[in-house]
Design a protein around this ligand. Sequence first.
Ligand code: ADP
Length: 452
Amino acid sequence: MKRHLSLKLRITLWFTFFLVLITSVFLALVISIYRTYSSEEIKKELVEIVEEEAFLLESDEEYLESLVAGEITEVSFLKEDIKLMVYDEDGDQIAGIFLYDELDDKDYLSSDRPKKIEINGILYYYYDAKVKVRHGTDYYVRGIVRAETSITSIVEEHAAIMLLIPILILAAFCGGYLLAGKLLKPIKKIDDTTEEIRQSGDITKRIEFKDNGDELSGLSAHINNMFDTLQKNFEAEKQFTSSASHELRTPVSVILAQCEYAIENAKSKEEILDSISSIQKQGYKMNHLIEALLMFTRMDQGTEKYPKETVNLSDIVNSSYEDFSIIADKNISIITKINTEVVGKVNKELFSLMINNLIQNAIKYGKESGHVYVELQKNAESVKLEIRDDGLGISDEDIPHIFEVFYRADKSRNSKGLGLGLSLVKRIVEFHGGNIKVESIPEKGSCFTVFI
Ligand code: ADP
């Protein structure tokens, strides 16, 4: 695998690069401004020094004479970068350290202010001042100086500050590197923990982090929440599979036992028929169970298997309750309050199944000569379906569990139930983006309300 630079090094390098860039641009700007202003100062200083030297030569004849005689070749006054030379009237240099051929013009008197000249690609100012000698020839003092302060001299002059710049950049790099490392530490932790989970398959592990409200602790919290959900789903799935196998095992055992009995022990045709009838009952039960399980799976696959269409819900509720009013036992009366022309976008098959399951339960857990109330209303935002009974009711301990798959509140009360009806109802409601609530008082009755 191609190895890239670590994230913290990349971030640090990126910012350091820009820091160097910004500093360089800023420095170049400052130097350029500095040089512009300093050139005026240079010219002023050049004039001052040359005039001073000329005055010195004028006032100290002895000194001038020694220069003219060649006894002294160096000009006494040599200040900073300004180089001085002395010329006679014919333009012959009689003293001074440097000779500049390019400066060999005789037009001394015209240079009453500093002039610019380029020598070997470098700009200089030069200035000439006349040395008036009382008797004899006049002389000229010429001063020459670089027109701009050289970068090296600026650097030398401000060596301390210049040295500080790379030190500060290095400090910024090191500090940035450490800070980036510290800030990115949680990412390393996230990486390690998720990899550990992947390798061990232990979905109960979580990322340990200090919640300081930043983006990375937010990310860690979200990943942990995601694992919570995954773990919950995973456990629910495991529970579901185990319960489903358990529920299927019972009818299969009955079927096998009945078969064995019919083959080996049945003495008469009636006994065989009894066994077959029992097998058929278990077959229906298994069929019911498998159908319900298939429905759960299909609903998980989305609307492809159960397309939704805009239908008249009032008609669906009406036909469901009519079916039940024929088959309802225990002398239970079904009372309806169904708004007409309530339309909604639902899957017809699932919606009917949901109503059927709720009415079926209301009858199943209803009391002798009791009532089942079916209501359908539409308001601005949703459709409300209410199925109420005055039957056995559900205890407070059971209410939180009745929508769980295979949960039966009182197993002895209804051994026929599979505990699938309400979980299917809830899944259907969710499939339609709605919600369901239940209110119940034991021995008084239950009320299931669906909002879609
Ligand atoms: P079952 O096949 O057992 O009826 P359900 O999922 O339909 O499975 O219901 C789960 C449990 O909820 C039932 O066992 C029952 O105890 C309780 N229950 C459901 N509807 C009612 C109701 N209308 N009145 C009282 N108890 C109910």
